[in-house]
Write a protein that binds this ligand. Structure first.
Ligand SMILES: [Zn+2]
Length: 312
């Protein structure tokens, strides 16, 4: 059996009483036919307008014409759209809005609306509904699992939480997978398919710039601390020896030796990196000698302040 020709009865959605166009949409499970007015589609969407142009390069118009209720219908085929979301949008366009949720919708449904209306460049048709929907989801946008807010906010032109979310993702995201289709955020997988490319690039660039900055500070600190055969300003040899020992042992314990030697990349997030480097000790605990603070402790304080970030 040839599944490509959909050997099952299609579901027909009579949307316009004066329809002249059949939108055909197939999913692996079932195919849908939406009876609509081509004029409305032309008016609301520049993309559909181009599809409906007889000279369209999209080749989405079928050459065959079907007669329904005595009227000739052209057939236009769409691909990869969500059938329920398309039905809701077409209903809104044809003023049958009783099935449109006016108070709240799920995050997945909001995302589906954004995907569809972004594709057909007709987000304005949702204007009278979207404010209420966005009000529901903007407050949780920073929580893990809602990263697609960056896409939704862009499509709907809502700036709420966007900057905060971008900043948070710089802190909480690991490196991009080699296929670039996901990254881990605090251990949870985040798919990149919908994230605006510019935003994703910006987040990943900020992440790697900050890691590079910190790693280079650690490298130069460790190189000078270990190679310069001096007392680091402390006249107490026991203290200096202990500091060396503490530093070398805790760098090893941090598991970052290869990262500091640039033999390995840090694929985790910045927070985890800072937690590990925060555990690296170089003073031995006796930081106060008879004459004052141990100079090694001053080195430590200087290092931490160079590592610290100026919040932009
Ligand atoms: Zn000392």
């Amino acid at each position: 059996m040839d599944t490509a020709t959909a050997p099952f009865t299609p579901i027909t959605h009579p949307i316009s009483p004066v329809s002249d166009l059949i939108i055909h949409l197939s999913t692996p499970a079932v195919s849908h036919r939406y009876l609509v007015s081509s004029q409305i589609l032309r008016v609301v969407s520049p993309v559909w307008r181009r599809h409906l142009d007889p000279d369209s390069p999209f080749q989405s118009l079928s050459t065959c014409v079907e007669t329904i209720s005595g009227r000739a219908h052209t057939i236009m085929t769409l691909y990869d759209d969500d059938p329920d979301t398309l039905l809701l949008v077409l209903n809104i366009l044809h003023f049958s809005t009783s099935s449109v949720p006016t108070t709240t919708i799920g995050f997945g449904q909001l995302r589906s609306f954004a995907v569809l209306c972004d594709k057909y460049d007709c987000i304005h048709v949702l204007n009278s509904y979207s404010k209420v929907w966005l009000d529901v989801w903007a407050p949780v946008a920073l929580e893990p699992g809602y990263e697609d807010w960056l896409f939704i906010a862009k499509v709907f032109g809502d700036q709420r939480k966007v900057k905060e979310l971008e900043k948070l993702l710089v802190e909480e995201s690991g490196s991009l997978s080699s296929c670039e289709s996901y990254f881990l955020r605090c251990g949870k997988m985040v798919e990149t398919a919908l994230l605006p490319e510019i935003t994703l690039n910006k987040i990943m660039l900020s992440r790697s710039k900050e890691l590079t900055r910190q790693i280079s500070i650690w490298r130069s600190f460790l190189q000078s601390f270990i190679s310069e055969n001096v007392t680091k300003g402390c006249s107490n040899w026991d203290c200096v020896t202990l500091s060396y020992g503490n530093l070398i042992r805790s760098v090893e314990q941090s598991g970052l030796v290869k990262v500091f030697n640039l033999l390995e990349e840090w694929h985790g997030n910045i927070r985890d990196f800072e937690e590990k480097t925060g555990g690296i000790q170089l003073a031995n605990g006796t930081r106060f000698h008879g004459y004052g603070w141990c100079p090694v402790e001053n080195l430590n304080v200087g290092l931490r302040s160079r590592l610290g970030r100026v919040d932009s």
